[in-house]
Ligand binder design. Structure first.
Ligand SMILES: O=C(O)CCC(=O)C(=O)O
Ligand SMILES: [Fe+2]
Length: 250
C-alpha cells in the first residue's frame, strides 16, 4: 500500500514546544495533508462500520489492529519525528483509539489520564488527528492550560461549573501564577492537537444534525512505567513489522 505524506511539517518548532509545555496542549491547524485526510476519513469510517464488535477488543480501542492504514501510521517517520520532538528519543507506542462523534454524540466529561505520576521524567503524549476539525459548541475539545503540571490522574467533573467549583478551585497555573481557566478550542479541518496526558480536558456534545466528527488519537510515551491506557494485543505486539522497538511496555 502506497502511503501518502502525512503532515506538511513534522517537527514541533521551539515556540510550539514551549506552548505545549506551558499550556499542556498545542493545536497545529491544518497540519494533515489533504491526501492523509482522505485516507483517514476512509479508515475511520471503516472502524465505525465494525462497531460495536468484540467487547474485549472493541475496534475503536484497538483501531490500528483493525485497519492497515491506521497501523502503518504507528511507525510513520513523520509521526515518530513529531512524537520525539515532544518526548525525546526513547519512545513507545501505547494505543490508537478512534474518537468519531456523530451528530447528537454526548461528548466527554472532564477528566485526565494516568502515567508515572511520581516520575516527572516520564512523559505521555496524546496526538489527536481532528480530520474534519470542529467548531466551538459542536463536539469541541476543552482544556485547562497548566492543569497537566499537577500530574493528577484523578481530575473528574460532569460540567464546567463542577470543575470550576471543584478541582480548579484555588489552583493557579504553576508557571504563570494566574488562576486556572477553561479554554474552548476550535480546530480547522486537518488539525493535529498534542496534549500531555495529565491535562484536564473534556468534549462538548456534538450538535444534533451535525455530521460525524472524524478523530483518531495515537498515544506515545517514554518507557519506564506501567501504562493503564495501553491497548496492544500480544499478537499485534509480536507480529507488527517495522516497529518492533516501539511495541514493548518497557
Ligand atoms: O474526543 C476528543 O476530542 C477527546 C477524547 C478524549 O478525552 C481522549 O481521547 O482522551
Ligand atoms: Fe481523554
Amino acid at each position: 500500500m502506497e502511503v501518502a505524506i502525512l503532515f506538511h511539517t513534522s517537527t514541533l518548532d521551539p515556540a510550539a514546544k514551549e506552548r505545549l509545555d506551558h499550556d499542556g496542549h498545542v493545536l497545529l491547524p491544518g497540519l494533515l495533508t489533504d491526501e492523509a485526510c482522505a485516507s483517514l476519513t476512509q479508515a475511520l469510517g471503516h472502524i465505525a462500520s465494525l462497531m460495536p464488535g468484540d467487547p474485549n477488543y472493541p475496534p475503536n480501542h484497538y483501531a490500528a489492529q483493525h485497519d492497515e492504514y491506521l497501523a502503518r501510521l504507528i511507525a510513520d517517520p513523520q509521526m515518530l519525528e513529531l512524537a520525539r520532538s515532544a518526548l525525546g528519543g526513547s519512545i513507545r507506542y501505547d494505543h490508537c483509539f478512534t474518537l468519531n462523534r456523530p451528530g447528537g454524540n454526548g461528548g466527554a466529561n472532564w477528566h485526565s489520564h494516568a502515567y508515572a505520576e511520581e516520575d516527572e521524567s516520564l512523559g505521555f503524549m496524546r496526538i489527536f488527528f481532528y480530520v474534519n476539525g470542529f467548531r466551538r459548541g459542536d463536539g469541541n475539545l476543552k482544556v485547562v492550560p497548566g492543569s497537566h503540571l499537577f500530574r493528577d490522574a484523578q481530575v473528574q467533573a460532569t460540567s464546567d461549573e463542577d470543575l470550576m467549583t471543584g478541582w480548579m478551585k484555588g489552583r493557579r497555573h504553576p508557571l504563570s501564577g494566574e488562576p486556572l481557566k477553561i479554554e474552548e478550542l476550535e480546530a480547522p479541518a486537518g488539525s493535529v492537537a498534542l496534549m500531555w496526558t495529565h491535562a484536564a480536558h473534556a468534549v462538548n456534545s456534538r450538535l444534533e444534525g451535525s455530521d460525524t466528527r472524524w478523530c483518531v488519537v495515537y498515544g506515545y510515551r517514554n518507557p519506564g512505567a506501567a501504562s493503564p491506557a495501553r491497548r496492544i494485543t500480544p499478537e499485534f505486539e509480536n507480529r507488527f513489522e517495522g516497529a518492533q522497538d516501539l511495541m514493548p511496555l518497557y
